[in-house]
Design a protein around this ligand. Sequence first.
Ligand SMILES: Nc1ncnc2c1ncn2[C@@H]1O[C@H](COP(=O)(O)OP(=O)(O)O)[C@@H](O)[C@H]1O
Ligand SMILES: [Mg+2]
Length: 238
Amino acid sequence: MGLDGGAGDGDSAAIRAVGVRKVYGTRDAQVEALRGISIDVEGGERVALLGKSGSGKSTLLNLLGGLDRPSAGELRVGGRDLHGLSGRQMARFRSTTVGIIFQSFNLIASRTALENVELPMVFAGRSPRDRRAAARTALESVGLGARMNHRPDQLSGGESQRVAIARALVNRPRVVLADEPTGNLDSQTARQVMALILDHVREHDATLVLVTHDEDLAASCTDRVVRLADGLVAAEGI
Ligand SMILES: Nc1ncnc2c1ncn2[C@@H]1O[C@H](COP(=O)(O)OP(=O)(O)O)[C@@H](O)[C@H]1O
Ligand SMILES: [Mg+2]
């Protein structure tokens, strides 16, 4: 099987993890955050990742998003085998194939909303003029047309998360990874933010992995639940 075969090679999984392990720390103080995770997520599927604090949800999401590398195991995301990608290829993967949304927004504090949204397009190699136009459109589509030149400290939590969503989705990623994206928001704002994410997923037939503590959110927004416990997959289904 070609490692980089995309659609058409008979493998419809958007995400395939096989025996993924992640060990943090030094020899004397090791934490085995993931102890052999295997999951398949089909293209267009929406999966919730549930589990207690410390069960390894963020660790797994960071590996799927190419923010970190596994200690062992295989990872294939959006048609890319992540093993062996160079740092540069990984940066490109992060800014084009996946869109990552964090609980704490992770915007660059010194940059305006517009500049934050432009950033993934810099890595994707788009021209400055094209970047600016696409960032404007993306911010307008999340209802922030009037906030483009504001910096994160001039935005509310909900506005910040909408900027982060525009940034994550501006390159139309096939795989959207969201780590408790509504965890810092009030319930009404949380609904608006989830709707933006789900609209994108539906419109682009993207794959979603949503980390959440919220069983109701998982049931209402996703097709399937994967539970993690102590670095392992505990049970599947709802
Ligand atoms: N950078 C790190 N260095 C050392 N240990 C870590 C690091 N990140 C996470 N861990 C540990 O790995 C385990 C899983 O953490 P995490 O993936 O953040 O869980 P969750 O997102 O489910 O709360 C925890 O025991 C945590 O303390
Ligand atoms: Mg976490």
